[in-house]
Design a protein around this ligand. Structure first.
Ligand SMILES: [Zn+2]
Length: 92
């Protein structure tokens, strides 16, 4: 009896492989930051999540997400961004 297994890399259904210009990256769907248009997922270059790549925009699927030192995330391909709200609150 043959069993079809579609989600069988490392048995982790919360990780998704994505093809990019840099090769295959792995988005961790359970590691995310809230953005204005959708979540940003943490991405790794390996499925065991040891080598961090950056972020994937959950709104448009782009990997062109800019990070700055203030903790802000900004998608280069759509309007999605994350403002460091906790920091803002601390200054108000
Ligand atoms: Zn985007």
């Amino acid at each position: 009896m043959e069993t079809m297994r579609k989600r069988d890399f490392d048995g982790d259904v919360l990780t998704a492989a994505l093809e990019t210009d840099d090769g295959t990256i792995y988005a961790a769907y359970n590691e995310r930051e809230r953005g204005t248009e959708g979540p940003f997922y943490v991405a790794y270059t390996d499925s065991s999540r040891t080598d961090r790549y950056g972020y994937v925009c959950g709104a448009c699927g782009s990997t062109h997400v800019a990070m700055n030192t203030m903790g802000r995330l900004d998608c280069c391909d759509c309007e999605n961004d994350r403002k460091p709200a906790e920091w803002d609150a601390a200054y108000l």
